[in-house]
Design a binder for this molecule. Structure first.
Ligand code: PLP
Length: 415
């Protein structure tokens, strides 16, 4: 029941916050709040006879559709119940230890600490690291969740400063300004979530070491997709062990955060760190004692996903790369401007006008294509785009259908 008090609160916020624009879009946008009634491969039924091809999920390796992923779920539920809902400080089922060890072996850190989401890790870890007087150096293009977490840290007394992505002159200036502060943490994305850009790890590590700072890397998208020893034949590298390994670095001056809800299709996230840092975070990062744990099924699928990755992850990454390049080439041939310099499976197609964005989103939807529509204020004004994310489970013929649909978008824009 909407009472007058709630109505007033909603009305004021609709006017005060630019997110009101997103609420307004719900009225005309077919691509928001879609209900999946049935899923077959990468196709989703959204009404009695309308199917869309999914270019919006981040199940990069296609593990959500891999039947082997189910193998561990039932046995683990039989062992641990569907959701042993202790906070982690009180107790955790042993499968946590097993998965944390597997993750540490994969990425090459002493240990890892699992919490349900990357957001919870940032909210817990950033205020814990900088305490009452440290400094956070936030990359303005990094994921919004780090900004939200930084605001909590700032509320606790820390200083928050920011720099534009890859503006190392500005970053160095800021690090120099705060050089005497012993708690300095630089916040970046490993892979940038709208452009597929790679963080410049060599330059960032150089600065972190020079100024005795920590580099906190949110690799929600990179984990599982890029990894060690990239080459011309394997541009994404091997093993999917993340952006640090992609650049051949170790974890000195780095805290690495990986997300498992994308490439591993499992609700979990982890921070890779030393044993000493893990123990510190267990006491200082509040989601460890204030929030619930991951569901058993997610820990089981993550465990199995790591095993599948060992067996055929590199094959999936090759398929993922190939399907992405086919789409990139086709979209460029159609004349679209893409925010993608790396070939990574995040491809944002520039539209640059909110009204046109809504209309083209609806064309795509009618043509059977599901994308992530990114209007202002989700992105800067003028940078409105349709974000496509590809997975190893997308087929060539699905990409052909995507290109056909974008041909219609092009015709509409040129009208
Ligand atoms: C770069 C980045 N960081 C963090 C998140 C949030 O991850 P989670 O859902 O695990 O909180 C996302 C989600 O899309 C992301 O793209």
């Amino acid at each position: 029941m909407l009472d007058a008090t709630q109505q007033k609160i909603i009305e004021i916020n609709m006017k005060e916050n630019r997110r009101g624009l997103i609420r307004e879009m719900f009225k005309t946008m077919k691509q928001y709040n879609v209900t999946a009634l049935e899923i077959k491969g990468r196709k989703i039924r959204t009404s009695s006879d309308h199917w869309v091809i999914d270019f919006a999920s981040c199940n990069y390796l296609g593990l959500d559709l891999d039947p082997e992923m189910e193998n561990g779920v039932l046995p683990n539920i039989e062992k641990w119940g569907v959701h042993p809902s202790w906070c982690r400080l009180v107790a955790s089922p042993h499968i946590y230890n097993e998965v944390e060890e597997k993750l540490a072996n994969l990425i090459g850190t002493e240990t890892t600490l699992i919490l349900p989401t990357v957001t919870l890790i940032s909210i817990g870890v950033l205020p814990a690291l900088v305490g009452k007087s440290g400094v956070l150096f936030l990359d303005k293009s990094a994921h919004e969740t780090m900004y939200e977490a930084s605001k909590i840290a700032r509320d606790g007394g820390a200083t928050l400063v920011s720099f534009a992505q890859d503006d190392f002159v500005k970053l160095e200036e800021l690090l120099n300004l705060h050089k005497d502060n012993p708690r300095k943490v630089i916040l970046i994305d490993g892979i940038y979530s709208m452009t597929g850009d790679y963080a410049n790890i060599p330059k960032l590590v150089e600065l972190a070491k020079k100024y005795d700072a920590l580099l906190y890397i949110d690799d929600a998208h990179g984990f599982g997709v890029i990894g060690e020893n990239p080459s011309e034949e394997s541009p994404l590298g091997h093993k999917g062990n993340g952006i640090v390994k992609y650049f051949g670095y170790d974890y000195n001056n780095i805290l690495y955060v990986g997300g498992c809800s994308k490439a591993y299709s499992s609700l979990a996230a982890f921070i890779g760190c030393s044993n000493e840092m893990k123990t510190f975070l267990e006491a200082f990062a509040t989601p460890y004692d204030l929030s619930g744990p991951c569901p058993t099924a997610s820990l089981a699928t993550l465990y199995t996903g790591i095993e599948i990755n060992e067996k055929r992850g590199d094959i999936y990454r090759k398929q993922l790369w190939d399907v992405t390049q086919k789409a990139i080439i086709g979209l460029k041939e159609l004349g679209f401007k893409l925010h993608n310099k790396t070939g990574y499976p995040i491809v944002s197609v520039h539209i640059g006008d909110t009204q046109k964005l809504i209309e083209t989103a609806n064309i795509l939807f009618d043509e059977g294509i599901l994308v992530t529509v990114a209007p202002f204020p989700m992105v800067k004004e003028g940078e409105e785009c349709h974000r496509l994310t590809f997975t190893a489970a997308n087929t060539d013929s699905e990409v052909d259908q995507l290109l056909e649909a974008f041909k219609k978008v092009k015709d509409y824009l040129e009208r």
